[in-house]
Design a protein around this ligand. Structure first.
Ligand SMILES: NC(=O)c1ccc[n+]([C@@H]2O[C@H](COP(=O)([O-])OP(=O)(O)OC[C@H]3O[C@@H](n4cnc5c(N)ncnc54)[C@H](O)[C@@H]3O)[C@@H](O)[C@H]2O)c1
Length: 283
């Protein structure tokens, strides 16, 4: 496990990734621009740790773990001796390239740089870097503390020792690694998004209501969460962006249904706004 880890973007995923490495004993720097965003990110990590403690999943004191967390303003301020830096900024290639190249410029030559992208090409992001051999995808799942899986996404130039070290780190977090060749949607999104899109098309066609469609998968196929509930959890806007990307790369079967577009336009983005395909008003 690297002693020092950097996480760029302390939103839903970044805060969870930071929490996972903090609990595993690393010192973590989270990059968020501005005091307000930094405080919000610290609040998310802190709330995650409190929740872990409440569930009896944290042996150390929350304050003691939080002591290892530092917030910095930009990737250029990351400590140069970080062994691993994971970016978790919004899903835009230009933004990711900007923060990755800025981080690479301050890191030592052996540091591993990773993207938590759900759908962008790791190979294309690598092309913008000086040391593509030290770069790969580490695709964490939401919510990070409770999820067991990390996809280790290997681009053509990723060095073997980078893959091996990353797999060890994932296991040290108590999670399971699966190695996937860089390709659109990797293994998980390609299947998961397609299932979600088909569920939305079924809703559009009036095949069944949202509860019924989710129950069919939860009870009939033993999925822990139905495809519509899962879309609500991820965020309809996030899913729409991924579907558009996959439609462009893998083909028409990923074309977003009109209902998904309409809900995103109406601000019904899922759990985070209180309504998506289901209602979360009381949460
Ligand atoms: N939400 C999911 O279910 C999920 C799952 C797996 C992967 N991902 C991927 O993780 C990434 C982040 O997603 P998220 O859901 O955490 O988004 P989010 O919007 O919750 O968080 C993004 C964070 O990045 C910060 N940010 C924006 N620009 C920045 C910059 N220049 N420097 C530093 N911080 C900056 C924002 O302030 C925000 O806190 C995306 O690439 C997404 O595709 C998301």
């Amino acid at each position: 496990m690297p002693e020092q880890v950097g996480v760029i973007g302390g939103g839903r995923m970044g805060a969870g990734i930071a929490q996972a490495f903090l609990v595993a004993g690393a010192r973590v720097e989270v990059v968020e621009a501005g005091d307000e965003a930094a405080e919000a990110a610290r609040g998310r990590v802190s709330a995650g740790l409190e929740e872990a403690a409440r569930r009896g999943k944290l042996t150390a004191e929350v304050a003691e773990v939080l002591d290892r967390l530092t917030l910095v303003d930009s990737p250029a301020e990351l400590t140069e001796d970080a062994g691993l830096v994971v970016e978790a900024v919004p899903e835009r290639a230009d933004l990711k390239v900007a923060v990755l190249t800025a981080a690479e410029a301050v890191l030592g030559p052996d540091a591993v740089l990773a993207t938590n992208t759900s759908s962008l090409s790791v190979t294309e992001l690598a092309a913008a870097l000086q040391r593509p051999a030290r770069f790969l995808g580490l695709h964490f799942f939401n919510p990070v503390p409770a999820s067991k899986l990390v996809e280790v996404v290997v681009a053509p130039e990723t060095a073997e020792d980078v893959v091996a070290a990353s797999r060890d780190w994932v296991r040290a977090l108590g999670k399971t690694d699966v190695v996937v060749r860089d390709s659109p949607g990797f293994a998980s999104s390609r299947l998961g998004v397609l299932l979600g899109l088909e569920a939305i098309r079924m809703l559009e066609e009036g095949v069944a209501d949202a509860e019924a469609i989710d129950a069919a998968m939860e009870l009939g196929y033993r999925h822990p969460m139905g495809p519509l509930r899962s879309t609500d959890l991820v965020g309809l806007d996030v899913r729409l962006a991924i579907a558009e990307y996959l439609a462009g790369t893998l083909g028409e079967r990923f074309t977003p249904p009109q209902l998904l577009r309409d809900k995103v336009a109406a601000g019904e983005l899922g759990r985070k706004t209180g309504r998506g395909f289901h209602d979360y008003a009381e949460d």
